[in-house]
Write a protein that binds this ligand. Structure first.
Ligand SMILES: Nc1nc(SCCc2ccccc2)c2[nH]cnc2n1
Length: 162
């Protein structure tokens, strides 16, 4: 029998300053990824596009409105024992308005891109961040153990620049 893969859509938005020396991260205060610094994002809901979901999550979690989002790729996460693959659609923006606030989801903080708190971030981040900061557009799939900590493998592709 052909086993169908189950996918669930998510977004992840990174706000950078104009000269891309600083990046806005949020410390997740509850739920999935609690205790880790990350971009802003979450589930894409019924009736919204992926991009609308990204804008909504950024607003809900930081109070920032992004004028436009730049698509950087998709990161797929497969966790051992869980049939559902997470499709995390990755965006950046340098064009935001609104007053940054702490929400019950996220504690925001600006970091120098050269000095990110990787020991308190997801273990895959240092693997794909270099591609991301080099402006590459990529897809990458990570295989995790059920501990949400151990990466057993990954494979990636770069989008053709054409
Ligand atoms: N950087 C990063 N982000 C995520 S989830 C981001 C999307 C999300 C999903 C659910 C709630 C809020 C946000 C990761 N998962 C496994 N490694 C990971 N790395």
């Amino acid at each position: 029998i052909v086993e169908q893969e189950l996918h669930k859509l998510y977004t992840l938005v990174y706000v950078l300053n104009k000269d891309k020396t600083k990046i806005l991260l949020g410390l997740k205060k509850r739920g999935f990824g609690k205790g880790r610094w990350n971009g802003f994002g979450g589930k894409v809901e019924k009736g919204e596009t992926i991009e609308q979901g990204a804008l909504r999550e950024l607003k809900e979690e930081s109070n920032l409105d992004a004028k436009n989002l730049e698509k950087k790729g998709v990161i797929y996460f497969k966790f051992e024992g869980d049939p559902v693959i997470m499709d995390v659609h990755l965006y950046t923006t340098t064009d935001v308005s609104g007053d940054l606030i702490e929400t019950d989801e996220m504690l925001p903080k600006w970091y120098n891109v050269s000095d990110l708190p990787y020991s308190s971030m997801w273990p895959d981040d240092p693997i794909w961040h270099p591609w991301f900061f080099e402006g590459k557009i990529f897809t990458v799939k990570f295989f995790f153990k059920a501990d949400l900590e151990t990466i057993t493998g990954y494979k990636h592709k770069f989008a053709s620049s054409v």
